[in-house]
Design a protein around this ligand. Structure first.
Ligand SMILES: O=C(O)c1ccccc1NCC(=O)[C@H](O)[C@H](O)COP(=O)(O)O
Length: 212
């Protein structure tokens, strides 16, 4: 069995956390972005984080959050990693990493070859990279849109840091995405939902099984 690490993003209930833990996924993602159907208030996020068993890494996803917002999240929610999913600069990534002492994963949106340079820029300051589909200009959400990018753009590439493939992955296509790109980590949200923000536990299990 290939050692592929899976992140399931956008959990909203303790039952979601239980399903992710049972699936063998490595990371559970909690979204803090008010416009998202997956947004969590601090009390709910804390409850979910406390329900996660040891070994399931708890990741807080934020979008251009300022220090006050991050302070509030860090104070309320036990976490293992921060995921920055906005237009945070490399300097801001370094600042967040130093301020909180947690590993930081920076999301980079990819639509064409020209977007790949940013991966190198962030790889000197972030602990991990999340290579995601660039959202359409009209999108309300900067991620979690269920859209894939052309995986050939990152096929067999090596970066300075561990990276995760994201964007439009599903139980049906994740094995092919891994085969093509040689990604060792994958991230999914929409592809394991029955409706926006509603996780389908059978699809979570199917996704992890297909990835591995
Ligand atoms: O999921 C959200 O609602 C979200 C909101 C704001 C910024 C990012 C968001 N999700 C980012 C993720 O980590 C997703 O898992 C990733 O973009 C892949 O999403 P999907 O294509 O839906 O699997």
């Amino acid at each position: 069995m290939a050692d592929i690490r899976v992140k399931i993003c956008g959990l909203r209930t303790v039952a979601d956390v239980d399903a992710v833990a049972a699936s063998g996924a490595a990371y559970a993602g909690f979204v803090f972005f008010a416009k998202s159907p997956r947004h969590l208030d601090l009390a709910t996020a804390r409850e979910l984080a406390l329900a996660a068993p040891p070994g399931l890494a708890k990741v807080a996803l934020t979008v251009n959050a300022d220090d006050a917002a991050l302070d509030a999240i860090i104070e309320a929610v036990p976490l293992d990693m921060l995921q920055l999913h906005g237009s945070e600069s490399p300097d801001r990534v370094a600042e967040v990493r130093a301020r909180y002492g947690l590993p930081v994963m920076k999301a980079v949106g990819v639509a064409d070859e020209g977007d790949l340079a940013a991966i190198f820029d962030y790889s000197t300051v972030a602990d991990q990279l999340l290579i995601d589909a660039k959202p359409p200009k009209s999108a309300v959400l900067p991620g979690g849109n269920g859209l894939a990018f052309d995986w050939r753009l990152v096929a067999q590439r090596r970066w300075l840091r561990p990276w995760m493939l994201a964007g439009g992955l599903t139980p049906e296509n994740v094995a092919e995405a891994i085969r093509l790109t040689n990604a060792r980590q994958v991230d999914v949200s929409s592809g394991v939902e029955s409706a926006p923000g509603v996780k389908d536990h059978a699809r979570i299990a199917a996704f992890v099984q297909a990835a591995q």
